[in-house]
Structures are given as structure tokens and as C-alpha cells.
Design a protein around this ligand. Structure first.
Ligand code: HPA
Length: 278
């Protein structure tokens, strides 16, 4: 825990050093195949995760590992390209370091994006869906183990895990940008296997609309340290058993490509909404 704490202070100092006078209130975490969304900003600094002690070192194709500081229509934004997944087996220390570092820098809002399977037939590949709530089916929680009260409480309320006010802003931003945005509950499986059709039937039965292998650990860590979260899934495929194609990571990346333009429009519209202007 002490090492994590030192890393967070070191990472914040490295970022401040590379981007002096840069005061972002919002960070955007980009999911599989969505890295180009960061290209919409005017770059201030780009820092590889390898230069940030304790940051996750992503191992999956399509996941880069860099933190980019820039402005979008005048609003300062941090883009986090690359995250760590539970299925990588490296634990959650990297995710904690990354999220607590942006909190230390003064960020208040974390915009989480991901690639996901859809359980709603009318929202196929290329669609976007705002996350209204989640179901943690990973069998674990990133806050297990000793709690550091300096970051947040031992027992965390999760009834506002996906902030309603920010979601309202997001829906208005989608309208302004003329992007179709559905809404749904996201179920997070551990992975790395895709789900069986029976698992998808279960997820549907318990109230999920979207399925993936990320985002929920990030949301929990972020809420714990007082960051507000908003999230959007880029649908890359219909969930297992709903379509005729077999699922693969290549298909995830191809599906994300279909969604990346509208995701970029939505992110631009959201971060440039009055709430985030300095
Ligand atoms: N299941 C889990 N994760 C995913 C999927 C899926 O169908 N599509 C993209 N990521």
C-alpha cells in the first residue's frame, strides 16, 4: 500500500512536470479499439504508461498504454489509452494507481468507455449505449483487502455508481451531436473467455443489457475515491448465442471501428458541454 501511495505521488509529479498549468476536471478511459477517440484533441503531452511507475502495462493487441493530456474545444482532458483487465491476472494495483493519480491531479469526472456485447437485438455492432448501472459478475471486487481510509470508506455505497446528473448531460450531448445513444445495464464477467449462451441467458434474466470484461473495477475504484462516473459501451457484437458468428477479439476490434466515429463525436460533445469548461 505504501509503494502504491509513493507511485501515485510520483506519477502525479511526472504528469505535472510534462504538462504544467494543465488542470483537467475530466478524464476519459478508452476501451478496446477506441484509441483514436483521443485524436480529436489538441495535444499538450503524451506519456507512456512505461514512464509512470505502477501504471498498468497492457498486454492485449488494440490496447495501448499511454496517458495523453490535451484540450478539446478549449477544455482540458486526460485520455487514458489502455487499462488493465482482471483476466490478465496482474491484480488491480495498476488500475488503482492510474485512477488515484488522476484524482490527485484534480480530476472530478471519469468517463469510462468499453467495447461490449449487446443483449438487445436492436442495438447491434456500431451502436452506443450509456451505462445506467452495472452487475459485477467477476466474483471479486477491487476493494478487497486492507482499506486505505485516506482514499475512501471501507463500505462504499454504490447506489450512485453511475452518476444520474452526468448521464443527463451525456444524453443531451448525444442529442446535440446527433448521435443515437441507447441505455443499458452492463454486466462484467471475469473473462478472458467470451460467455456461453447459457451465461448470456442468465445475464439477461438478472437484468443486464450489455456484457463485457472491464469497466466495473474502474468504476468501483473511482467511486471509492470520490470520482463521479459516466460510461458508454460501444457495441461490437450481439452477445453469445444471439448471432451466427463466433466471437473473437478481431471481431471486437472490427466492431469498435464501426462505433469509433460516433464515440468521438459523443466524447467531444460531452467534454465541451458547459459543465467542464474552465
Ligand atoms: N462479451 C464480453 N466482452 C466483450 C464482448 C462480449 O460479447 N464483446 C466485446 N467485449
Amino acid at each position: 500500500m505504501a509503494e502504491e501511495q509513493n507511485n501515485i505521488q510520483d506519477c502525479a509529479a511526472i504528469i505535472r512536470d510534462k504538462a504544467p498549468d494543465f488542470q483537467p476536471k475530466i478524464a476519459v478511459m478508452l476501451g478496446s479499439g477506441l484509441g483514436v477517440v483521443a485524436d480529436l484533441m489538441e495535444e499538450v503531452a503524451e506519456i507512456s504508461y512505461t514512464d509512470l511507475p505502477g501504471f498498468p502495462q497492457p498486454s492485449v493487441a488494440g490496447h495501448e498504454g499511454n496517458l495523453r493530456c490535451g484540450t478539446v474545444e478549449g477544455t482540458p482532458v486526460i485520455f487514458l489509452k489502455g487499462r488493465q483487465h482482471l483476466y490478465e491476472g496482474e491484480g488491480v494495483s495498476g488500475l488503482k494507481t492510474m485512477i488515484r493519480t488522476i484524482k490527485t491531479l484534480g480530476v472530478e469526472v471519469l468517463f469510462l468507455t468499453n467495447a461490449a456485447g449487446s443483449m438487445i437485438a436492436s442495438f447491434g455492432p456500431g451502436s452506443l449505449m450509456a451505462i445506467t448501472d452495472h452487475i459485477n459478475l467477476t466474483g471479486t471486487n477491487p476493494l478487497t483487502g486492507p482499506n486505505d481510509e485516506a482514499w475512501g470508506p471501507r463500505f462504499l455505497d454504490m447506489s450512485q455508481a453511475w452518476d444520474k446528473g452526468l448521464r443527463q448531460t451525456l444524453m443531451e450531448s448525444a442529442n446535440r451531436a446527433e448521435v443515437t445513444l441507447g441505455t443499458g445495464v452492463y454486466a462484467c464477467f471475469l473473462g478472458p473467455t467470451f460467455e456461453t449462451p447459457a451465461e448470456i441467458n442468465m445475464a439477461k434474466a438478472i437484468g443486464a443489457d450489455l456484457v463485457g470484461m472491464s469497466t466495473v473495477p474502474e468504476n468501483i475504484i473511482a467511486n471509492h475515491c470520490g470520482l463521479k462516473c459516466v460510461g458508454v459501451s460501444a457495441v461490437t457484437n450481439l452477445a453469445a448465442g444471439m448471432g451466427s458468428e463466433l466471437l473473437s477479439h478481431e471481431q471486437t476490434l472490427a466492431g469498435a471501428k464501426l462505433a469509433e466515429n460516433s464515440m468521438a463525436k459523443l466524447v467531444r460533445s460531452f467534454v465541451s458541454s458547459p459543465t467542464f469548461h474552465l
